[in-house]
Design a protein around this ligand. Sequence first.
Ligand code: PMP
Length: 402
Amino acid sequence: MFDAHALRAQFPLLMRAPGLIYLDNAATTQKPLAVLDAERHFYETANANVHRGSHRLAVAATDAFEGARASVARFIHAASSDEIVFTRGTTEAINLVAQSWGAANLHAGDEIILTTLEHHANIVPWQMLAARCGAIIRPVRLLSDGSLDIEHFHTLLSDKTRLVGLTHISNAIGSELPVADLIAAAHRFGARVLIDGAQAVAHKTIDVQALDADFYVFSSHKVYGPTGIGALWARAEILAAMPPWQGGGEMIERVSFETTSYAPAPARFEAGTPAIAQTVGFAAALDWLQAQDRPAIARHEDALRQQLEQGLGQIGGLRVIGTATHKGPVVSVAFSEAHPYDVAQFLDAREIAVRVGNHCAQPLLSSLGLQGTLRASFAAYNTADDVTSLLTGLSETLALLA
Ligand code: PMP
């Protein structure tokens, strides 16, 4: 039996604030000691710049940095660590793909299929590209339960489709997409598929080869790691054909004032000094999570979601938004009278941290006819008591506001 209480002891912030009920994990997770220690250990024992030194500290830093790349590759079952490009996070990874691969491969009239569930990070970079090259964005509708309208997806696919961008799990309402099937369908039309895994990596085992994706992107800070670091995975042959993105040191082979030749991937996409210590912390987070009983954590998080959804069913004046059968541990709530922001303020007074707003998914919220929702999202360290406190807090708050 998975013991969330025992796991909490590994999170210093949760230990310092025993009254805190942290239910904003889709925004960012708390960090275990293993991650904090790994960053500190790097600075205390191996701090130097990477890739360029001939002294032993530089070798130690490079080994730590490249070792971290290998951990990320292992975590998502990439064929090689050369397929991992470090970025600042999901947002930067998608911008990289849009500006490098997208600018080289998309032309006027080409189509980009995105879903109504997407986070702004998987919309705006494609819009910026489309504005430059004349491509057209085709959004896929949702069904009333917040799952994807798969039939509509199939009608949008055509020989004009160049790129399909799919969130693996919606950050706003939790819907999980059947990404393997959608990837296979897109590939039948020769389109490339980018999966936004920001909300999936902490909860699901990811095998990019089994999924047969073309690009998979995610952020360290949503999977127990530091902020400021994330990863783009792309298949080796796709990365090899992608032009450089940002120019500078580290990404070149030879530079003269006449011409520059570029390093092979992944270095070609990592101009400048990288976030070395954060990368080490990122790998420590993935190694830490891998060492846990991940199926048990997934069952635990799903049980918390169901406990919350069932409890919400007993409270008047609200409804759960997104009731798809396949969901991540995210619960979004809309109120018939109360303003979500007011409710969140009352909850905060009880040390319950939730998120309110449009969750960087304005097209989704507009399609649902909503301005915003209140969202609770779970991590491995949450407990059934957290859910009970939230339910009590919500019903008392709504009674007060009524
Ligand atoms: N996509 C999804 C589904 C997300 O939940 C988030 C973070 N809320 C992002 C993209 C953007 O991630 P980041 O801010 O770490 O770049």
